[in-house]
Write a protein that binds this ligand. Structure first.
Ligand code: MOS
Length: 733
């Protein structure tokens, strides 16, 4: 690591304030949902199906019940109709999949919850869960993956993108690329496990659960249990990583809630690491096909990107990255298509840059192939095809700094020293490879509210149901209020992660900061307006105005409506329906954060060992409220990108779709030895259109493009073009 540990800021950037909750976290003081201790808690353990698709014939619970301390065992036979079927998030509901928890004898996939034991201790619950005997009738040949016979392919017509005449332009193209790519299933594996604690006090339920969206848990659970939403409170003060896996209501929560109601005691469930692989969503495997045509000077004349994404039988879920990759570069003739392939698997979901990671890998690798065929520098190829309007609808980008990112990152990396011919850079027995790729992520926002209180003693308090996932939400919320009111940062306190607070967008889609910061700004404006204090007045004037008002405090609610959402949509956020919108989904414009990724790796001439030696990324994402936490997000993303390219993939048993590496020993992620020098550069950018706060978000973009930069560097080192992730040394033997 060279240079300062974090950037000090720059134009349109705030202060690099240290993490607000950092001390609580490093001292162990921070209470994560499973740390909350409630008196008389009973402990739950799930039993998951050990077959693929099939039917339960019966349970023998004798041995399980014999375990000392077992209190209750829930199966589909005992749950009855206590849980109601509700639609999944993809159909406008709240749940991450459509399977009714313990709803029937049917098993849809390996690892489906089919029983839950409740006992006096965690150990007793776990032992009893292991002793449950299930007689099943397995389906003879479940479809285990995207290539399995029996998996059903369906074209998603609404995701089709078309401009000009692709077929004719491709046929006439002087230079053509036609290539197919695959990306594997991957699991988020947040450090904190999937936990839920439920406690009833009379008819009021409190849920402690790590979540990116407490209101999806609250309102979804209300529908599942048939209780008024007002009776449910969901608390998620700290979240130990989420990455999309804690976005929506999963099956476990209703089970814990009804167990707690049956027992009249608090019940706590912490799913094991292995169980975590099927009790929430994951990144589905994809196949992709890219065709490009270009003039001899590198102008794209035709671009086609088609993707096939694995989904479950129960839910048609697609990340649909081709609707984005077809709008990033100037090109008159475009075809984008997305297909789902339904197999006997759990429902996939969102994982950090869900569409951008796989589809960006294919497109950015194809562009590198094109640059090589043209004998053109890959940075220059992106420059020739750079655009300020998206090519399908001709809509303007609110701002786009792709080439500034390339120029900054290339200069820092020393790209001009590259010898372009593959295999031409060597150090002893090591082949050196340099590669680059674009990064992009839609700038999104969702309707959000925040309450700001300014007290006569000169302190301020900010409250919103947004979430601290480790990304820096708490710090950001304090900073925005401090900046807007002129209150010293150390005099601002924050409440978040609680469904009793003003609602915020699901903290996904890199939309949290943009949405919640906008709401805080509106609330602060209202406070100033109410006190008759102008925007540029100092803190002392504001304090004096509160004192003169005779009030103990002034408090205002800010409600920020996302661009593209109707005024009628605002009340929806009070029903757990605030989802991000942006990118290519708007009628009048497109919004993206952009970046450039550069990688140097070395590959051993004989063993083919691949080592990433250094990575440089530069990113422009509108206003950066906190350069320190933003930088940390980007670094984390880049490191994940390296893992995503070289290490991570979920292994699927071809007999029953079991995940055979469902643990952190066999599911490989980068360790310190895999990561050497990494630089994430914040490129200053101002965007007054994107939202009130001018923020585009940096939660996901850091991971995008890294895999392509690595595959492009592998090509540069070896002359071998690898189009299947993860890249392994055996692919180079
Ligand atoms: Mo992110 S995958 O939208 O939590």
């Amino acid at each position: 690591m060279t240079g300062p540990l974090f950037p000090q800021g720059g134009p349109n950037m705030g202060q690099p304030a240290p993490r607000y909750e950092g001390r609580a976290k490093v001292t162990g003081e921070a209470r994560y949902p499973s740390d909350v201790r409630l008196p008389r808690t009973a402990h739950a353990c799930l039993h998951l199906s050990r077959i693929g698709r099939g039917t339960i014939r019966g349970f023998d619970l004798t041995a399980a019940r014999a375990v000392h301390g077992v209190i209750d065992i829930l199966t589909h036979e005992t749950v009855g109709d206590a849980i109601r079927q509700t639609p999944a998030i993809y159909q406008g509901g709240y749940t991450s999949d459509s399977l009714l928890p313990l709803g029937s004898a049917e098993i849809a996939h390996w690892g489906q919850p089919i029983a839950m034991v409740v006992a006096e201790t965690y150990e007793a619950a776990r032992e009893a869960a292991q002793r449950i005997v299930v007689t099943t009738a397995p389906h003879p040949s479940p479809a285990v993956d995207i290539n399995a016979p029996g998996a059903e392919t369906r074209a998603l017509e609404p995701m089709m993108v078309q401009a000009g005449d692709f077929d004719a332009a491709y046929a006439a193209g002087p230079i053509r690329i036609d290539a197919r790519y695959t990306t594997p299933a991957q699991h988020q594996n947040p450090m904190e496990l999937f936990a839920t604690q439920c406690v009833w006090e009379g008819d009021r339920l409190t849920v402690h659960e790590p979540s990116q969206y407490v209101n999806s848990v609250k309102f979804g659970l209300a529908e599942q249990l048939g209780v008024p939403a007002d009776n449910i409170r969901v608390i998620s003060t700290h979240v130990g990583g989420a990455f999309g896996a804690k976005g929506f209501l999963t099956q476990r929560t209703a089970l814990v809630a009804i167990a707690a109601r049956r027992l009249g005691r608090p019940v706590k469930l912490v799913a094991t690491r292995e169980q975590g692989f099927t009790v929430s969503g994951y990144r589905a495997e994809t196949r992709q096909h890219v065709q490009l045509a270009a003039t001899r000077d590198g102008r794209l004349t035709a671009l086609r990107h088609e993707g096939w994404e694995l989904t479950s039988r129960a839910d048609t879920v697609a990340m649909g990255g081709a609707s984005m990759t077809t709008r990033l570069y100037a090109c008159p003739n475009i075809l984008g298509r997305v297909n789902t392939v339904a197999a006997d698997r759990s429902t996939p979901g969102f994982m950090r840059a869900p569409g951008e990671v796989p589809y960006g890998f294919a497109l950015e690798t194809a562009l590198d192939e094109l640059a090589d065929r043209l004998g053109m520098d890959p940075v220059e190829l992106r420059r020739v095809n750079d655009t300020q309007t998206e090519p399908v609808g001709g809509l303007p980008y609110t701002s786009r700094s792709l080439m500034r990112c390339f120029d900054v990152a290339a200069a820092t990396f020393g790209w001009s020293g590259r010898s372009p011919r593959p295999g031409s850079m060597r150090e002893g027995d090591w082949l050196i490879g340099w590669g680059c790729a674009s990064a992009y992520y839609p700038a999104q926002a969702g309707n959000s509210a925040a309450r700001v209180r300014l007290t006569a003693d000169g302190t301020a308090h900010v409250a919103s149901a947004g979430h601290e996932l480790g990304q820096g939400m708490t710090t950001m919320m304090a900073q925005v209020a401090a900046e807007e009111l002129g209150v010293p940062l150390e005099r601002v306190t924050v409440s978040l992660g609680d469904s009793d607070l003003p609602p915020a967008v699901v903290n996904g889609g890199s939309a949290g900061t943009a949405s919640v910061a906008s709401a805080i700004m509106i609330a602060c404006d209202a406070i100033r307006a109410r006190l008759g204090v102008p925007r540029d007045a100092p803190y002392a004037a504001l304090r004096a105005a509160v004192a003169a008002s005779g009030l103990a405090f002034v408090e205002e609610l800010g409600e920020a409506r996302a661009h593209g959402r109707s005024p009628e949509s605002l009340p929806d956020m009070y029903r757990g329906r605030a989802l991000p919108l942006g990118g290519v989904e708007l009628p009048d414009r497109v919004q993206f954060a952009m970046g450039a990724q550069f990688v140097e790796l070395r590959i051993h001439r004989w063993t083919r060992e691949i080592r990433v030696r250094r990575a440089v990324g530069a990113f422009a994402a509108g206003r950066i409220i906190n350069p320190r936490t933003s930088h940390s997000q980007l670094l984390g993303g880049m490191i994940w990108g390296i893992g995503s390219a070289l290490h991570e993939h979920t292994d699927i048993d071809q007999r029953n779709a079991a995940y055979t590496n469902a643990n952190l020993a066999d599911y490989l992620v980068p360790v310190h030895a895999d990561i050497s020098e990494i630089q994430a550069i914040l490129v200053s950018e101002e965007d007054r259109l994107v939202n009130q706060a001018g923020v585009k978000g940096v939660g996901e973009i850091g991971v995008v493009g890294v895999a392509a930069a690595i595959s492009n560097a592998v090509f540069h080192a070896t002359g071998r073009r690898l189009r299947d992730l993860p890249i392994k040394l055996e692919h180079l033997l």
